[in-house]
Design a protein around this ligand. Structure first.
Ligand SMILES: Cc1cc2nc3c(=O)[nH]c(=O)nc-3n(C[C@H](O)[C@H](O)[C@H](O)COP(=O)(O)OP(=O)(O)OC[C@H]3O[C@@H](n4cnc5c(N)ncnc54)[C@H](O)[C@@H]3O)c2cc1C
Length: 390
């Protein structure tokens, strides 16, 4: 594995830095976390700027409209945008990081042409309708039913924890198309327009205060058969592709953000005297080692993917190694914000600073995209080859 950057990659970094220095000062202020329509407009606006400058879909394959950049360039992009304080994907999370890549990998030419350009151009937002009240970890237990009626599916059921549902244009939706088949074999992956009649979105307010996600009720919703990605009843296989993007690559950029927060904490600790406490210093040092290791793990993952001919820019699908990353990253993030509370003391409860909301939302990272227990099962069974629990 060669982690040295080529002259082209260094030039890419310099040009990106110059562009960020030019455009970031002119960005409007970030909207309040509660104002989802404003957040949607802000996130799409940033995506449009990236698109116009040629930075949209860096990690997407060229034939899907992406830049086909090397994985290393993608990592450089994540590092530099974070360092410069640029906006993160926000409401574009699902479209850019897992629905879009799934369609790029599994969709037909017509589906790619319809759905991918608006994601890259910052025109449409996607959400994910996988989880149901009795089908979270056990996703194959899902019951939302889709019945074929001519050239449409008629969908009935409900979804829960659907992030960004309030402001989404499209939903990557899992439905049961054959209730009599073994449970993994009767599922289908559909792209559902969120303005179709029969959809009710009921926002859920989280501990962190914002209505981040929603319950979605589906009552005789008609979805064209042409919106099916993959074959009917082959949705479980397509879902595995979506989840491998979600766990394998979607959170990578946030490790860079955690490294910045840690550096800020070290500065704060020096200023307020906590740095003199050897126990706290050791804790921050261990976290530093952890985030550096996670970044190296990321480099290793993308380097391996590149060597096997399936780099992120080439449209390859990440492997189950993403579960190792997701498991460790989500715990390290919680430990980081616990340490922040100790360094900042009462200031860490100051609602005018980002710490409180980030600390509260850190809890959810060990649940979203599959809980830690589920990631451990995957690591045990698929990486270590241990016997299945059931
Ligand atoms: C911030 C956030 C955003 C989310 N966004 C979305 C979204 O946009 N779209 C979407 O579809 N879903 C979303 N989810 C839902 C998420 O994927 C589920 O919450 C998750 O898969 C867990 O499912 P559950 O909540 O039903 O818990 P359950 O499956 O009921 O699990 C309860 C507990 O039992 C444990 N458990 C269950 N089965 C096993 C097992 N076999 N072995 C060991 N332990 C087990 C779990 O680890 C957990 O601790 C989001 C969740 C969060 C927190």
């Amino acid at each position: 594995m060669d982690l040295a950057h080529t002259p082209e990659e260094e030039e890419f970094r310099v040009r990106l830095r110059e562009w960020l220095a030019k455009v970031l000062p002119a960005l409007p202020p970030k909207p309040s976390p509660d104002d989802w329509p404003a957040r949607r407009a802000y996130d799409l606006g940033w995506q449009r700027m990236l698109h116009d400058a040629g930075y949209a879909g860096l990690h997407w394959p060229v034939d899907a409209g992406g830049r086909g950049a090397t994985p290393t360039q993608h990592l450089i992009f994540l590092e530099e945008t974070e360092k410069a304080g640029a906006p993160y994907v926000g409401a574009n999370f699902v479209g850019l990081l897992h629905a879009g890549p799934t369609i790029a990998a599994e969709g037909t030419a017509a589906q790619r042409a319809r759905w991918l350009p608006p994601v890259l151009r910052g025109e449409e937002v996607w959400c994910q309708g996988f989880s149901e009240p009795d089908a979270g970890s056990d996703l194959a237990a899902l019951r939302t039913r889709a019945r074929r009626d001519g050239d449409h599916y008629v969908v009935n059921g409900s979804k829960i924890w659907t992030s960004h549902a309030e402001v989404a244009d499209w939903c990557e939706l899992l439905v049961r198309t054959d209730p009599d088949a073994p449970r993994h074999r009767g599922i289908t992956w559909l792209a559902m327009p969120m303005d179709a009649p029969g959809i009710t979105v009921r926002p859920l307010r989280t501990l962190a205060g914002s209505a981040e996600f929603a319950e979605v009720f589906l009552d005789d919703v008609r979805v064209p058969v042409a919106n099916r990605v993959g074959d009917e009843n082959d949705g479980w296989r397509v879902t595995m592709v979506t989840l491998s993007f979600e766990r394998g690559t979607a959170f990578v950029g946030e490790v860079v953000a955690c490294r910045r927060v840690l550096a800020e904490l070290a500065v704060a600790a020096r200023q307020n005297g906590h740095w003199d406490d050897p126990v706290l210093r050791r804790r921050l040092g261990r976290l530093n080692a952890e985030f550096r290791a996670l970044w190296r793990l990321t480099q290793w993952n993308v380097s391996e993917a590149e060597a096997s001919g399936g780099g992120t820019g080439g449209g390859g699908v990440p492997g189950v190694g993403g579960s190792v990353f997701k498991l460790r990253y989500s715990h390290a993030r919680q430990e980081l914000y616990d340490a922040a509370a100790d360094v900042l003391g009462p200031d860490s409860l100051d609602l005018d600073r980002p710490w409180v909301l980030d600390r509260l939302s850190a809890l959810s990272y060990t649940i979203a995209a599959g809980t830690s227990q589920i990631q451990r099962n995957i690591v045990a069974e698929r990486i270590l080859g241990l016997p299945k629990g059931r």
